[in-house]
Design a protein around this ligand. Sequence first.
Ligand SMILES: O=C[C@H](O)[C@H](O)[C@H](O)COP(=O)(O)O
Length: 218
Amino acid sequence: MTQDEMKKAAGWAALQYVERDSIVGVGTGSTVNHFIDALATIKADIEGAVSSSEASTAKLKALGIPVYDLNSVDKLSVYVDGADEINPHMDMIKGGGAALTREKIVAAVADKFICIVDNTKQVDILGNFPLPVEVIPMARSYVARELVKLGGDPVYREGVVTDNGNVILDVYNLKIMEPKVLEDKINAIVGVVTNGLFAKRGADVLLVGTPDGVKTFK
Ligand SMILES: O=C[C@H](O)[C@H](O)[C@H](O)COP(=O)(O)O
């Protein structure tokens, strides 16, 4: 079974958590793209979606799913999104596709975070995947120096501008033993918009595509 087939299986499995007539929170990435394909098959039964990126918005609209502005929505029962790494406590690293800030905002509104991954994303300790940090462009060098003080090796993701007009620093060589503490510390650096640790708001349900089928963790 290929990695993409495992992503697809996880994406389609998330459909069971979508409530009838609801507005669905939709994340970003290659795994979520499979979920969007699945969602399109039940589009007559849902009201629409709130999206976490321009890329997902375009795909949702192309498949005929109405996309709402988050400011016009006061409740989302579920948010479905992928992850770059997830540990046994359901803490995640996200932002490999630079969509972390909008993802964190939509996730904050949702009652339940349904994380969909293939089995390569499961880790014991977060940090092998470089931690993305979205930064206001003029603060890039200052924030990088502060991240070095926290023990990381930040690298500017050249050529990438986020949907919010900011830049990304990918922080290498962090062994993240206390994800909630580090999430707060990095967010407290002036010039940081947000970082890709989703620990204070982790996943509620994890669907993992494996060669033996989709495994569910709660
Ligand atoms: O910014 C991107 C997101 O956080 C994605 O959810 C994450 O990178 C996982 O993406 P994929 O499903 O393509 O591996």
